[in-house]
Design a protein around this ligand. Sequence first.
Ligand SMILES: [Zn+2]
Length: 404
Amino acid sequence: MALSWICLSANNFRPTVGVVEINPDFSLYQIDANYSMKYLLLHEISHILGFSRFVFQNLNFIYSETVNGEEIFYINSTKVIEKAKIHFNCENIKGIALENQGGDGSAGSHWEARYMLGDYMISTDYPEVVISDITLAYFEDTGFYKVNYYSGGLFRFGKNQGCAFLEEKCVKDNGKSTSFTNDFCLEEYGPFCGSSHISRGFCLILEYSEKVEVNHYENELMGGLDVADYCPVSYAYDEDLYDYYVFPSNCYFGFNYLEGEEIGDKSLCFESSLTLNKDTSTDNNVESMCYRLECDKNNKVFNVYVNDSIINCPGNETILQDPNGFKGQIKCPDYNIVCSSKTWCNELFDCINKKSEADPETFYYNKNNEEKDDSNSNLKPNTLAIPLVFIVILTTFLLFLKVI
Ligand SMILES: [Zn+2]
């Protein structure tokens, strides 16, 4: 859909001139086309600003390892490692892998989606688009830019899951179990929110026409999302809505899909079958739904609003059955997943506009009620001066609008 390349660089390899080429067929008639265009330009301009194999190599931020006979490239610059240790809660991390699939245009210039799904610098369109502190750290590492970490903490894929998230298989036992229940799913086409909970979806498990490159199932044709090393992850529905929306499943600006849902700047995705109809003799199906929520930072709990009734979520990941006069169930994610913004935001540009950083108090938490080493819990993200990256993007975007 778009291409970008660096035309000219300074002696220190800082890019000074670049080109973004947008496919003229790019659709602008969908209701949320302004968001998709902003995301697309943010991605392409970031390549020009330095997120490219050319710059990785010239700054010596890259190393390779042979894994299962294939050469995998990793970024290991200082702040990337620092932020990745905090994000994954893994002290042993040596680097973040780059995408190895997708040919010359994608491989080597994007994050590997198996570890960075949802970050805006992966190689594919994905229903959740967020900025991670890890990507911002890369730009700071180049020395070309000062960076504000206005990520809102929305990047939640693998958050606090430990080194096991990076080292172990995403699912085990022929896809019947996983240790990472916020990130990977088990039930084919079952309701499953994106790991950042900003998008509804279902569990993507497909039968491919050829054997998949990374096996998770006895059936060698079966696999999840290809660029995520075929792991089963959340994916958006519904195909028909794509005529009207680029991101129909988004809880911030998407489509109000099911009764009781609320789309908006305070909503996130929950897996729920709640209904007020107490006469229902059979249980409703669980669906992934957008509900409004409100975080209580003092008590580390949150309220979910369904049809103007309040449901109190307790803080740790819990399934509530028939809460507060409702029939059905709702899965409350961990407080530290859904309340991770210092100032509330649930969309990438919303977080930048509100200057919202990740809340460091949500970096480490007890997973499965096990004691965790929280010796690093005082680490705070750096705050620095000008949101340079964003200004450049916005200026280019405005110029672009003027041109068309
Ligand atoms: Zn790209």
